[in-house]
Design a protein around this ligand. Structure first.
Ligand code: R5P
Length: 284
């Protein structure tokens, strides 16, 4: 088995290969003068199983993913496992209005075309996996990686920013051996809503807020503000997928004591590797 890394996932793919003790090939990716994508895998032939690691976000990465899958298919690889660390277009997972595209389904139908197996990480909702109807598909949970990273770092409490994210906070906290809770919204008056931990007090505590995605940073920012008001001594934010749109990382770095993400999207704060969990899913 060999690992091939696309341009969106170089360090994760490299870490995955070294963790599994197998060969790693960095795909060549260039742009033609008109902007079209060119890919090449520098091997004569591949008489082996292949793990391709590449995101489906942003659009350029998605085209690269499709081209790499086709290139690998053309080299007669035995079994192609496509790892999509950040599955883009997942949030539009139904037609909210008539005439819209279900983008999550669209991606699944196309990603499975040249694949035998697909692995995602903390996908927006596991329901999306049902649209991979011609290949095996599974989702990897990043909680183990996040919990292991923060274990022993003196965090008192893990908090989810809302009830929907409570299971993730619980799983991360159980790996760290600390308490967990989630924020609930209560209406103070017609205009104001207050968020506070459902059961735990945060006064004097070092709190870790865990979410699946940080995009604009609005959710974490609001949570941080409420926790500071509640007397938290330190607030650290962690997420699986650090999209950090519109300068969110710079803003959150000023507001929180630290911000960390996994390496599903590679960037300045992607310090947590999900490679061990992906390796586990591959090895079964
Ligand atoms: C919501 O369903 C997600 O779990 C995140 O809380 C959300 O995507 C974060 O977005 P933002 O950073 O823009 O508040």
């Amino acid at each position: 088995m060999i690992v091939i890394g696309g341009s969106s996932s170089k360090s994760l793919a490299e870490h995955l290969a070294s963790h599994m003790g197998i060969d790693y090939i960095q795909a060549e990716v260039k742009r033609f003068p008109d902007g079209e994508c060119y890919v090449r895998v520098h091997r004569e032939e591949i008489n082996d199983d292949v793990v391709l690691v590449q995101n489906s976000y942003p659009d350029q990465a998605l085209v690269e993913l499709f081209l790499l899958q086709e290139a690998i298919d053309g080299m007669a690889a035995k079994v192609l496992t496509t790892v999509v660390p950040y599955y883009g277009y997942a949030r539009q997972d139904k037609r909210f209005e008539g005439g819209e595209a279900n983008s999550a389904r669209t991606m699944a139908k196309h990603i499975q075309l040249f694949s035998d197996r697909v692995i995602t990480v903390d996908i927006h909702t596991p329901n999306i996996l049902r649209w991979f109807d011609e290949v095996e598909a599974c989702n990897v949970d990043a909680a183990q990686s996040i919990g292991s990273f923060f274990r022993g770092r003196n965090i008192d409490t893990v908090l989810a920013p809302d009830e929907g994210a409570a299971d993730r906070a619980r799983d991360v906290a159980s790996i760290m051996g600390v308490k967990w809770d989630y924020l609930v919204k209560t209406r103070v008056n017609g205009k104001h809503v207050k968020m506070s931990p459902k059961d735990l007090k945060v006064e004097g505590k070092k709190v870790l807020i865990v979410d699946d995605i940080i995009s604009t940073g609005g959710t974490i920012s609001a949570a941080n503000e409420e926790l500071r008001e509640g007397g938290a001594s330190e607030v650290v934010a962690a997420c699986t997928h650090g999209l950090f749109a519109e300068g969110a990382l710079e803003r959150l770095m000023k507001e929180c004591d630290d911000v960390v993400s996994t390496n599903t999207l590679e960037g300045k704060v992607s310090k947590i590797s999900v490679a061990p969990q992906i390796a586990e899913a591959i090895e079964g």
